[in-house]
Design a protein around this ligand. Structure first.
Ligand SMILES: NC(=O)C1=CN([C@@H]2O[C@H](COP(=O)(O)OP(=O)(O)OC[C@H]3O[C@@H](n4cnc5c(N)ncnc54)[C@H](OP(=O)(O)O)[C@@H]3O)[C@@H](O)[C@H]2O)C=CC1
Ligand SMILES: CC(C)(CO)C(=O)C(=O)O
Length: 305
């Protein structure tokens, strides 16, 4: 398949390495010193058990150089969504599927403001990766699951083709019959992991071992789940308990990307996480004091240093 990663950070870079190794034509869109390093030395995935280096089919900052592709793996930070989506219009043909993996629950709808409806799918990622240095993607932990579908979850050949490509590339792309439920289920977990590890400057280990932090985590989980249900999302009836059980299985040293961004002085995605929970709660007539408080605490740092 012809696949573009827009862009080639933690999410795009991880899949670009795996899919290039599996024989696909992958165009990596990147910029600055990261692009220069990919062109010069290739793109490296520094995984928990090995180091993989690939030479992508094309490495460029100009989507027009790539032309139409079958699929675009869309992974930029929340604030970059609109500019990035406009930039990749030259890679979109009538059948191109754009799969957003951004955290939060609003990315697909935001893309619909810019792209033709037929091009926009929906997705969510469970992986922990980051750009460690120009040209190098570092993966923490072994987990890497990419769940995606057409926005209405109908059967789709282009989605099946991408799932097959990712599964055959050694990652995991399970089938789903309800992508909205899956995106929200991740949001229920992530609103809590993001808000608590960033505002509390703590790890998952501290959340599961300090009862007060654990209680805060569980309050955020129940608030976010209640918002989803009020919006008609078919969340599992026991998602609160399942999410707490999942938190107990996460790597103890893990922190959300939000916490790592805060420490590095980078802009935060909180508008699309705790902020989104607060906004959507107000719309759905629910109260979300824990999400609102975490949002307020993180707001002064939203633009980074
Ligand atoms: N990485 C992970 O483990 C996970 C991430 N997510 C979510 O996925 C989304 C993407 O995260 P992640 O991949 O980690 O982000 P990264 O910051 O690692 O990568 C994003 C990349 O996009 C580049 N970029 C942004 N706009 C453009 C543009 N117009 N043209 C070219 N390059 C551009 C950035 O470049 P520059 O630095 O120059 O701005 C950066 O290299 C986020 O919403 C995140 O929360 C979800 C699950 C797990
Ligand atoms: C919590 C985690 C690692 C799960 O995929 C994540 O989504 C993030 O930190 O951005």
């Amino acid at each position: 398949m012809r696949i573009a990663t827009m862009a080639t950070g933690g999410i795009g870079g991880f899949l670009a390495v795996r899919l290039t190794n599996a024989g696909h034509q992958v165009a990596t869109i990147a910029r600055g010193s990261h692009l220069a390093a990919i062109r010069d030395k290739g793109l490296t995935l520094d995984g928990p058990s090995d180091l993989e280096v690939v030479r992508p089919w094309i490495a460029t900052d100009d989507p027009a150089e790539v032309g139409e592709v079958d699929a675009i793996i869309f992974g930029v930070k929340g604030d970059a969504l609109e500019d990035a989506a406009r930039a990749y219009l030259p890679m979109i043909g009538s059948q191109t599927v754009v799969i957003p993996f951004l955290n939060g629950v609003e990315a697909a709808n935001r893309l619909l403001e810019i792209l033709p409806e037929q091009n926009v799918a929906n997705g969510t990622a469970q992986v922990s990766t980051t750009i460690a240095s120009p040209g190098v993607i570092k993966q923490t932990g072994e987990f890497n699951v990419f769940t995606f579908a057409e926005r209405d979850s109908r059967p789709s050949e282009r989605i099946d083709a991408m799932r097959k490509a990712i599964n055959e590339a050694g990652s995991s792309a399970p089938e789903t019959d309800d992508i909205e439920r899956d995106v929200w289920s991740k949001f229920v977990l992530f609103s809590a992991v993001s808000g608590v590890t960033a505002a509390g400057r703590c790890t998952v280990n501290e959340i599961v071992n300090i009862p007060e932090l654990g209680a805060l985590f569980r309050r955020v989980v129940s608030e976010t789940a209640a918002i989803g249900r009020a919006m008609g999302v078919a969340l599992a009836p026991d998602i609160e308990e399942k999410t707490w059980a999942m938190a107990n299985r996460l790597p103890p040293a893990m922190r959300a990307s939000t916490a790592i961004d805060l420490e590095k002085g980078l802009p935060l995605e909180v508008e699309w996480i705790s902020g989104a929970a607060a906004r959507l709660a107000a719309k759905a007539g629910k109260s979300a004091p824990a999400n609102e408080t975490l949002y307020a605490i993180l707001l002064p740092h939203i633009s980074g240093r």
